[in-house]
Design a protein around this ligand. Structure first.
Ligand SMILES: Cc1cc2nc3c(=O)[nH]c(=O)nc-3n(C[C@H](O)[C@H](O)[C@H](O)COP(=O)(O)O)c2cc1C
Length: 156
């Protein structure tokens, strides 16, 4: 999709040796950070955490002089094995995925970014090819509206 850069962290850094300057340059060049990953133990896979620990440096991403990300948006996309019912107060996981993502939300806010409502794909274990196709269309629509919104903002 034009206007979107796809960057696969596990492909780029299979040994977890994240190139901090390259990642910071990528962030600086984009308006919206979309972090797409499966839900692992109510959180992100390890490399996404490693990326945060190394790339979001004090004095760059946060702190008095850390303003590189100010005003950019963070959109978290999560595919979860558990169904939507499991992520309700009476359900097996007690909390919603959005609630469980609080550490990421706070990270975004500390970096003066705008935290967008997370996009969750529930029940991946039971999805049929038709379900997957429908989710792909929904996801594509969300990305298209983000690109469109960014373009409109640039033109305004
Ligand atoms: C190590 C590991 C931890 C997982 N933890 C969770 C979890 O906490 N909650 C959940 O709903 N699913 C969990 N799952 C299931 C994954 O979220 C599910 O397989 C994922 O949606 C697959 O997405 P993908 O097809 O994009 O890889 C876990 C799977 C693995 C392998």
């Amino acid at each position: 999709m034009p206007g979107i850069t796809v960057h696969d962290l596990y492909e780029a850094y299979p040994d977890f040796d994240v190139d901090v300057r390259r990642e910071q340059a990528l962030l600086a060049a984009h308006d919206v950070l979309v972090v797409q990953c499966p839900f692992y133990w109510y959180s992100t896979p390890a490399l996404v955490k490693q990326w945060q620990d190394l790339v979001l440096e004090h004095g760059w991403a946060y702190g008095r002089e850390g303003t590189a990300l100010t005003g950019k948006c963070w959109l978290q996309i999560v595919s979860a094995g558990g169904g939507a019912n499991a992520y309700t107060p009476g359900g097996r996981n007690r909390m919603s995925v959005a609630q469980l993502l609080a550490p990421l939300e706070n990270t975004a806010l500390l970096c003066r970014m705008q935290w967008l409502p997370p996009h969750v794909i529930h029940g991946t274990h039971a999805m049929t090819p038709t379900d997957i196709e429908a989710e792909a269309v929904r996801y594509r629509g969300l990305l298209a509206s983000l690109v469109q919104g960014a373009r409109q903002e640039l033109q305004a």
